[in-house]
Structure formats: structure tokens, C-alpha cells
Design a binder for this molecule. Structure first.
Ligand code: PLP
Length: 367
């Protein structure tokens, strides 16, 4: 029996209405609603301070943030190594920038791109110009090994850090690694501006990103063929309202993760595992992924939960090597994993009892 409302993989976090109203009230006086307004500028500073990176450029969404960064790093039109185990936006961003994605399979334990596979591809093909790894689930890629490969071959590294807001490696935000990192502030992410994104980079690259995202002109000087990727004031206001809540959001999510860890002990002993987190990582608890030992086992668990109107998500249920418009490459580890992984429901103010109930359903449907 289900008990009322359906349960999805996440619920968007919101500030109090009064807090949001406090920020947007000013707009009704100033009537400056977009074009790098006061709230957008303030949020830029606050996110830069929170992440402790040299520069932040806000964008209308995470996909455009990726595309702007690809161009600012002059990777457009080039061959770029990326991971097959990600959300489709990583790959479509490359395609929209005319890049040729070259897939390096993942490390089975961490679910992030395998540096040995990256090195082999870079050694074999002098046309490779960059690497676009993803900090999957807020876990950290092997940033040191990737740096060495990039140095050896003169490659740019752009991290897709859409899951990484609030994750730190050895005390440094994951946004501080690589030549640039692109973030997503979509409503389903841990911190959000409803729709939104950012690029973290050096101040020089930030200048290009900002110019590209605002039509490529500065007053009457038409410098680059840009696009409109600006974040408007209503979105920035949501970010300003939520940013101070981020430490609490991460703490609350961790509490739910701890409950899952404890309650799912029988499942972990039998047939489930979790991705192995990087050592030195202070994890943001962006997702609660579980990996089953077989596709059939995962199918049974998901069916049992769905019978109770609980809907985990298959993140990521398809390896990017299997996209119908991108055939011809194969990454067996990602292809196998994508059939055996799902993310359990997780949000900041999720009731403890719900996490216990979900774990109980899983434990009693292992066989
Ligand atoms: C959410 C997400 C994106 C896209 O971000 P949007 O803000 O939704 O455009 C890109 N890459 C990954 C890995 C994501 O999870």
C-alpha cells in the first residue's frame, strides 16, 4: 500500500517566501530586471567567496555555462575526451559547439572517468584538444592524474561540476580544479536559482565567458559572436536567498544518507554497493546512488518501490555511447553500470521515517 503522495528522487529546496520577497522587493523600485543587475552582481561575489575561486560568471543555465566555457577555452570544433557516464547535457554541449566527443570509459569503483583510459586516448590521437570530465554525484575525479595528462599533451581541462557545489577535495572546492569548471543551478540541484549556472575560472577566461554570454559586445564594440546566456534578477534573488542555507542543506542531506547507510546494511552485505568516494573528499551528498550486482536485481528493487509509489531515478540509465545520434564507440564499464544504478529519494527536509521505509522495502526485495 502506498501512503498518499508519490515520492520522487528529489524535491526542490525553497527559502521562506518572505526571504525571497525581501530580495525581489528592490526590483519593483529599480525596475532593473536583468543585464547584470544588482542582484546578479551580488550573487556573483557571494558564490565566488563561497567557492573560493578566482572568478565566477553566472549563466542562464548549466548547459549554456558548459558551452560558454568550451568556447572561452577555444575547444569549439575540436576533439574532446569526455565520460560516457553523465547527464546528456555534457555531451550535447560538446555537439552544439561543434566538438567531437571521444569517450574514455569510467573507473568502476568511483564512477568517474578513468585517467588510464584518458591517457591512452590522448597518447594515440594528437588531435585531442581537451578533456571534459564530470565530478559524478559530487564525487571528485582523479584531478591530479588528469592534470598530468593535460600537461603532457597541452590539453585544456573543463570540469562539468554540475553535481559538485559544496564538495571539497583536501579543503578546496571542486570548482577550483581545471582551466574552468561549469556548474548547474537547476531547481533539482542541491543549490539552485530555479534555472541557472556558472563558470568558475581565471579572471581572464571569465572576461571572455561574460562577453560571450552577453551577445559578444561591450557597448558599441562588437568583439565576438556571442549568445544571450545572462542570468536575470529573479533567478539571482533565489540564489541569494538559498546560498546562506547551503551548509544546513548539506548537513540535512548527510543525515538522510547516514540513515540509508545504516538501514541498508543488509542490502550492502548482500548485493548493493555505493560509488567509492575520493580520499580527501568532503562530500556534498548530492545524490544517494546504489549499484546492484545485476540489472535484474535492480529492476526488482525498482519495481518493488514503484508499487509503493516511490520513484528512484536511473541516474544515469544510459551510457552516452548508446545515444542514437552518437553511435560507433563503446565503453563496456559505463554500459554495464548504467543498467545497474539508481539514485534513491533524497532532499534536505526528507522525513527520516521515509528513508527508513524505503530502505525496508529494498531489504525485503533483494532475493
Ligand atoms: C544538471 C546537469 C547539467 C545541465 O545543467 P542545466 O542547468 O540543467 O542546464 C549538465 N551536466 C550534468 C552532469 C548535470 O547533472
Amino acid at each position: 500500500m502506498s501512503s498518499g503522495t508519490p515520492v520522487y528522487v528529489t524535491r526542490s529546496v525553497l527559502p521562506s517566501f518572505e526571504e525571497y520577497e525581501r530580495h525581489i522587493e528592490k526590483l519593483f523600485e529599480s525596475r532593473c530586471l536583468t543585464n547584470h543587475g544588482e542582484l546578479e552582481r551580488q550573487l556573483t561575489l557571494e558564490i565566488r567567496n563561497y567557492l573560493e575561486v578566482p572568478a565566477i560568471t553566472l549563466a542562464a543555465n548549466g548547459t549554456l555555462a558548459l558551452q560558454l566555457a568550451i568556447r572561452a577555452l577555444a575547444l569549439n570544433g575540436k576533439k574532446v575526451i569526455t565520460t560516457p557516464f553523465t547527464y546528456v547535457a555534457t555531451v550535447t554541449s560538446l555537439l552544439w559547439e561543434g566538438c567531437e566527443p571521444v569517450f574514455a570509459d569510467i573507473d568502476d569503483a568511483s564512477c568517474c572517468i578513468d585517467p588510464e583510459k584518458v591517457a591512452a586516448l590522448a597518447d594515440a590521437d594528437p588531435e585531442i584538444a581537451g578533456i571534459l570530465p564530470v565530478h559524478v554525484y559530487g564525487n571528485a575525479c582523479d584531478v591530479r592524474s588528469l592534470e598530468l595528462i593535460a600537461e603532457k599533451h597541452g590539453l585544456k581541462i573543463l570540469y562539468d561540476a554540475a553535481h559538485a557545489f559544496g564538495s571539497e577535495l583536501d579543503g578546496k572546492s571542486l570548482f577550483s580544479f581545471g582551466d574552468a569548471a561549469a556548474g548547474s543551478f537547476h531547481a533539482t540541484k542541491l543549490f539552485h536559482t530555479i534555472e541557472g549556472g556558472c563558470v568558475a575560472s581565471s579572471p581572464q577566461i571569465a572576461e571572455t565567458v561574460r562577453l560571450l554570454g552577453a551577445f559578444g559586445h561591450l557597448n558599441d564594440d562588437y568583439l565576438l559572436a556571442g549568445i544571450n546566456a545572462k542570468m536575470c534578477e529573479l533567478h539571482a534573488a533565489m540564489g541569494l536567498s538559498l546560498l546562506p542555507m547551503v551548509p544546513d542543506i548539506i548537513r540535512s542531506r548527510k543525515r538522510i544518507c547516514d540513515i540509508y547507510d545504516e538501514e541498508l546494511a543488509p542490502a550492502f552485505a548482500a548485493c548493493l554497493r555505493k560509488p567509492l568516494l575520493a580520499s580527501g573528499l568532503s562530500w556534498n551528498c548530492a545524490f544517494y546512488p546504489v549499484i546492484a550486482d545485476s540489472a535484474e536485481r535492480l529492476d526488482r528493487i525498482i519495481a518493488a518501490l514503484e508499487k509503493e509509489d516511490i520513484h528512484p531515478r536511473r541516474y544515469f540509465g544510459k551510457s552516452m555511447t548508446e545515444l542514437p545520434y552518437l553511435k560507433g564507440q563503446s565503453c563496456p564499464i559505463a554500459e554495464s553500470l548504467s543498467r545497474r544504478v539508481a539514485c534513491l529519494p533524497l532532499w534536505a527536509d526528507m522525513p527520516d521515517a521515509l528513508a527508513r521505509r524505503i530502505a525496508g522495502i529494498i531489504n525485503s526485495n533483494l532475493a
